[in-house]
Design a protein around this ligand. Structure first.
Ligand code: NAD
Ligand code: UDP
Length: 328
C-alpha cells in the first residue's frame, strides 16, 4: 500500500482529503494539533485499520517511521478570525512547519503537495486572478501573517524543488466550503448559516459589494487529487469562478433557509480583498478539471450539515483550543 501523510487532517479540507485517500486504497497518517480543527472530523475513522492519527504540532520536528510516498501539507489556520487571533502560530506553521515537511519529503523521497491560497494575490489588481499575477499584499496589515506565510511557503517549496530536486506541487485554493467547517470559524458561509439557524441577523461587512467565488469541497478535493498525480510543478488555482457579491450571497442564504433574519452592516475588515475570482484555465487544460457542483446544490448540502449539528456546537465557543496551543 502507498503511504500518505496529511497534515491538518482534523481540519475541514484535511479530513475530506483523508477520506478520499482512504477510499482510493492508500494508507493514511493524519497529523494535527487541533488548534483550529476538531476530533469530530476524524471520529468516523477511529477503527479504520488503514488510518493512524498522530497529535503533533508540525512546527516541531516531525518523525515518521517507515516509508512515505506522498505528503499533503494542509496544517494552517485558514479563517481570518483564526489567524488574527493566533498570528504567530500562523506564521510559524507556514514557515517552520513547511520547512519541516519539506525536510521530511526530502528524507523519504516523497512527493509533496502544499496548500497555498488565493490570499497570495492579496487585494488583487488583476481580475480574474491567474497564476502569473504576483499579487498585491500588505505585509504589515492584519492579514499579512497568513498571506506572507503562504508566500514564504511557496518560495520555500520552489527552493526545495530547484535546489534539492524534491518532487513538489502547489495548489492555490480559492474559498472552499462544505460540511465539517467549524460553525464558529468566522468564514462567511459558516457565519451566515450559523446566524440564520440561531435566528440572528446576518452580518455583512462593508457595503457587501466585495466579491468571492465559492467552490464546493468535493470539487476542490478532486482538483487537488488530480494535481498531485499530474506532472506539473508550478502553482495551480483550484476554485469555482462563479463570482458573487457578499450582499447578494447573504440574500441567497436567507432565501435558502426561509429565515426571517435581516441583513445588518458592520465595518469591512482591514485589507479585506474587494474582488476575488480564479482564472482556472491551467486546471482545465493541465488537469482536465473544472467544478461540477453549482452553488445552489453545494449550499443545500452544506446547510443540511449545519442544521443537524448539536446545539452546543452551533452556539459553541469558537476558540476552545487556542489558549492551550498559543503558548508555544
Ligand atoms: P481548518 O482550520 O479547518 O484546518 C486546518 C487544520 O490544521 C486544523 O485541523 C488545525 O488544527 C491544523 N493545524 C494548524 N496548525 C497546526 C500545526 N502547527 N500543527 C498541526 N496541525 C495544525 O482549515 P481548512 O479550511 O481545512 O484549511 C486547510 C488548508 O487549506 C490550510 O493550509 C489553508 O491555508 C488552506 N486553504 C483553505 C481554503 C478554504 O477555503 N478552506 C482556502 C485557501 C487555502
Ligand atoms: N464576511 C461578511 N460577514 C461575515 C463574515 C465574512 O460580510 O460575517 C465577508 C468578508 O468581509 C469577506 C467575505 O465575506 O469579504 C469572505 O470572508 P471569509 O472570512 O469567508 O474569507 P476571505 O475570503 O476573506 O478569506
Amino acid at each position: 500500500m502507498e503511504r500518505v501523510l496529511i497534515t491538518g487532517a482534523a481540519g475541514f479540507l484535511g479530513s475530506h482529503l483523508t477520506d478520499r485517500f482512504l477510499k482510493e486504497g492508500f494508507e493514511v497518517i493524519g497529523m494535527d494539533n487541533f488548534i483550529t480543527g476538531s476530533p469530530e472530523n476524524i471520529e468516523h475513522l477511529k477503527n479504520n485499520p488503514h488510518f493512524t492519527f498522530i497529535e503533533h504540532d508540525v512546527t516541531r520536528h516531525i518523525e515518521i517511521e517507515g516509508k512515505l510516498d506522498y505528503i499533503l501539507h494542509f496544517a494552517s489556520p485558514a479563517s481570518p478570525i483564526d489567524y488574527l487571533r493566533i498570528p504567530i502560530q500562523t506564521l510559524k506553521v507556514g514557515s517552520l512547519g513547511t520547512h519541516n515537511v519539506l525536510g521530511l519529503a526530502k528524507a523519504k523521497n516523497a512527493r509533496i503537495l502544499v496548500a497555498s491560497t488565493s490570499e497570495v494575490y492579496g487585494d488583487p489588481l488583476v481580475h480574474p486572478q491567474n497564476e502569473e499575477y504576483f499579487g498585491n499584499v500588505n505585509p504589515i496589515g492584519p492579514r499579512g501573517v497568513y498571506d506572507e506565510a503562504k508566500r514564504f511557503q511557496e518560495a520555500m517549496v520552489m527552493a526545495y524543488h530547484n535546489f534539492h530536486g524534491v518532487d513538489t506541487r502547489i495548489v492555490r485554493i480559492f474559498n472552499t466550503y462544505g460540511p465539517r467547517m467549524r460553525p464558529n470559524d468566522g468564514r462567511v458561509i459558516p457565519a451566515f448559516m450559523g446566524q440564520v439557524l440561531r435566528g440572528e441577523d446576518l452580518t455583512v461587512f462593508g457595503d457587501g459589494k466585495q466579491t468571492r467565488s465559492f467552490c464546493y469541497v468535493d470539487d476542490q478535493i478532486e482538483g487537488i487529487f488530480r494535481l498531485l498525480f499530474s506532472e506539473y510543478q508550478l502553482p495551480v488555482n483550484i476554485g469555482n469562478p462563479d463570482e458573487i457579491s457578499i450582499l447578494e450571497f447573504a440574500r441567497e442564504i436567507i432565501s435558502l433557509s426561509a429565515s426571517g433574519s435581516q441583513i445588518i452592516f458592520e465595518d469591512l475588515p482591514v485589507n479585506d480583498p474587494l474582488q476575488r475570482c480564479p482564472d482556472i484555465t491551467k486546471a482545465k487544460t493541465l488537469l482536465g478539471w473544472e467544478p461540477k457542483i453549482d452553488r445552489a446544490k453545494g449550499m443545500k448540502k452544506t446547510f443540511e450539515y449545519f442544521k443537524q449539528l448539536p446545539r452546543e456546537r452551533l452556539y459553541g465557543e469558537p476558540y476552545k483550543n487556542f489558549e492551550k496551543y498559543n503558548k508555544s
